[in-house]
Design a binder for this molecule. Sequence first.
Ligand SMILES: CC(C)(COP(=O)(O)OP(=O)(O)OC[C@H]1O[C@@H](n2cnc3c(N)ncnc32)[C@H](O)[C@@H]1OP(=O)(O)O)[C@@H](O)C(=O)NCCC(=O)NCCS
Length: 239
Amino acid sequence: MKKLLFKLFCIFIPSSGLRHIFRFIGMNNKVIFIKDGKTINFLFNLKILKNFKISGYGTNNIIKIHLPANFTNSSINIAGNNCHFEIFPTTRLLDKTTFQLYGNNAQIIIGKDFSSTGNTMILATGNHSVTIGDDTIIAMDTIIQTSDFHTVYDINTKKITNKDSNIAIGKHVWIARRCIILKGASIPNNTIVSAQALVNKKFDEQNTIIAGIPAKIVKNQINWDFNTPEAYKEYFNKS
Ligand SMILES: CC(C)(COP(=O)(O)OP(=O)(O)OC[C@H]1O[C@@H](n2cnc3c(N)ncnc32)[C@H](O)[C@@H]1OP(=O)(O)O)[C@@H](O)C(=O)NCCC(=O)NCCS
């Protein structure tokens, strides 16, 4: 019995001093830190994990964090089996962000140079994924979720009308404050998602601003730069 309990309560990194960070029930779950393509000992990189928590239950789940990373006050929570979370290197801030993988085979894959500046939740449900391309940034209070969590159905056929669906966010996308990105949304490269937009469908034109509830294209032939307009202007005038 003791042996079984020990097996069930498998803490990812067997260091008692760090139990408040990694708490996981189940077998064969892995957290892997990778630097320059090589797996490394995370103990030397604890400064990246300021108040960063990984928790949940299930088996065969894998979390891959490519360094550098700059996570503060954030968490990854898994409830399921065979889930996959992976984030590529970023020196940008990732603060107060919650990643949740609920159900078997849920996936969240995030490209390099990602930033998320607070109170944001990214959630993937069973057999579904959230993918985010390189150089994408998310402002505060945004929610991204592959499921509505309750079922809507046709009263005649009983068929579900709101099935879970993948979310694909492209490269160099700027998601402004307080957006909601729902199941099935697809946001192409170089898109700006305006503050408070609700994105619930697939967009395929690149270099646009989308805005409103539900989001629609309000401007095209645009792009954005990480610098402030002032800094951008200065740089542009010099070049
Ligand atoms: C996306 C954004 C940057 C676009 O700014 P812009 O280039 O000046 O765009 P405009 O104001 O010319 O907007 C174009 C059109 O979209 C509309 N629009 C812009 N933002 C909108 C929004 N959030 N919701 C609904 N409509 C919006 C404008 O009213 C305008 O409509 P019109 O052509 O009928 O007049 C800006 O609207 C925005 O959302 N800013 C918030 C940024 C933010 O959250 N920053 C946090 C730090 S990351």
